[in-house]
Design a protein around this ligand. Structure first.
Ligand SMILES: *Cc1c(COP(=O)(O)O)cnc(C)c1O
Length: 383
């Protein structure tokens, strides 16, 4: 018989019972299903999932169960992970820089859509079947996201015009794609990109079947849930305004916003210095907290004692180090922790489903690998 791991009521109930001495991610499939439903009912087009945000088999199989049929993959290993979750999943290979061996793997895996942002890379794709879609990735100097993806990938609009013509001339189904940058909190970025896409289409004189508006949808960082529906509405309105009756099918590929809320990370306080001003956790920037180094401190943290009760003392800004012997292993200063937090307690970081376990290393013998499944993620005291 297949082993089915137990379902816990909440992180607090698991911590009180198991007292794990390693960092752990609590996964609520129910929350993931709710977010997937929100994207599928609100986004005016095809919702795909960017696997790199969290490729855990339980994430992929639950997204399949929630009705997600297409996945953005960037490597052969991600293709295999998607195939393991769903034999008929559609794959979009949107890492535009590929080796010959990676291209062969994409063909082998039956990738349906490929992005391209440079002529020399287009030439490498000659063996890709002409039944596939080729999406020209373009980039604008747009502000609004937490960091800029355009500096790595994406053709300038005038190059995109040329590429789009070549894609059509060579017999593939032409499309356009972009990514406004991760944790993009201003829907104006998508609006600007959609209007630029229309200009590229007009200048190339090539109709596009689909326009992929990327990921970048914001996750909840400070306790206030982002208004995804407002972003969806702005995208739909811009596409209608720019393309009118010729509006291409829209695609989105959220990573962060799809998966972040369905995981809470628990890291244990190993010890403290200077009367609790300095706190050492058993996870840090080489483990599941790497995204906090890049994105800044989250506004929501809780401290739970080993009996599962929440610490309620006044919050004090703390210096927080991770477990490795590297002095860079330190969170941005000022994490607000209750003053009664003690060694052996757990710090709960909600909203850490994206870019956490996916990026964790085993440096110094630490790292994040354990996942437990829970019904509820937020504020359920142990009973
Ligand atoms: C990383 C990535 C995504 C997901 O971005 P998020 O900011 O996590 O939503 C989507 N598409 C592509 C091509 C990516 O590289």
């Amino acid at each position: 018989m297949q082993q089915i791991p137990p379902l816990w009521l909440s992180p607090e109930s698991h911590l009180a019972r198991s007292a794990p001495d390693h960092p752990i991610l609590y996964f609520s499939p129910r929350v993931l299903h709710e977010v997937a439903r929100r994207f599928r009912s609100g986004f005016p087009g095809l919702v795909t999932y960017a696997v790199k945000a969290n490729p855990h088999p339980a994430v992929l199989s639950n997204l399949v169960a929630a009705g997600i049929t297409a996945f953005d993959v960037a490597s052969p290993a991600e293709m295999e992970a998607v195939r393991a979750a769903s034999p008929d999943a559609v794959m979009h290979y949107n890492n535009p820089m590929r080796s010959e061996a990676e291209i062969a793997a994409g063909i082998e895996h039956g990738v349906a859509s490929w992005s391209v942002d440079e002529l020399s890379e287009l030439e490498k794709l000659d063996a890709v079947p002409r039944s596939c879609e080729l999406a020209v990735r373009f980039a604008l100097p747009v502000a609004g996201a937490a960091y800029d993806f355009g500096s790595k990938f994406g053709a300038a609009p005038e190059e995109a015009v040329e590429l789009l013509k070549q894609v059509a001339a060579k017999g593939w189904t032409p499309a356009l794609c972009f990514h406004p940058g991760t944790q993009c909190e201003d829907e104006a970025a998508w609006v600007e990109y959609i209007h630029a896409a229309k200009k590229i289409v007009d200048e190339a004189g090539v109709q596009i079947a689909r326009l992929n508006v990327g990921g970048g949808f914001a996750a909840n960082r400070d306790g206030e849930a982002p208004d995804l529906e407002k972003v969806f509405a702005a995208i739909e309105k811009a596409a209608d305004k720019a393309f009118g009756a010729d509006r291409p099918i829209l695609i989105c590929e959220p990573g962060r916003a799809m998966v972040s809320e369905s995981f809470t990370l628990a890291a244990r306080i190993k010890g403290m210095r200077k009367d609790g001003e300095v706190v050492f956790l058993n996870d840090g920037i080489y483990g599941g907290l790497v995204d906090i180094r890049d994105m800044g401190l989250p506004g929501r943290v809780e401290v739970v004692s080993s009996d599962g009760k929440h610490r309620a003392g006044d919050r004090q800004p703390r210096v927080v180090f991770g477990p490795t012997c590297d002095s860079l292993d330190r969170l941005p200063d000022g994490l607000p922790l209750p003053c009664d937090a003690a060694t052996g307690d757990y710090v709960l970081f909600p909203g850490l489903g994206a870019y956490s376990s996916a990026m964790s290393t085993q440096f110094n013998g630490y790292g994040l690998s354990d996942v437990a499944t829970v019904i509820e993620l937020a504020g359920q005291p142990a009973s």
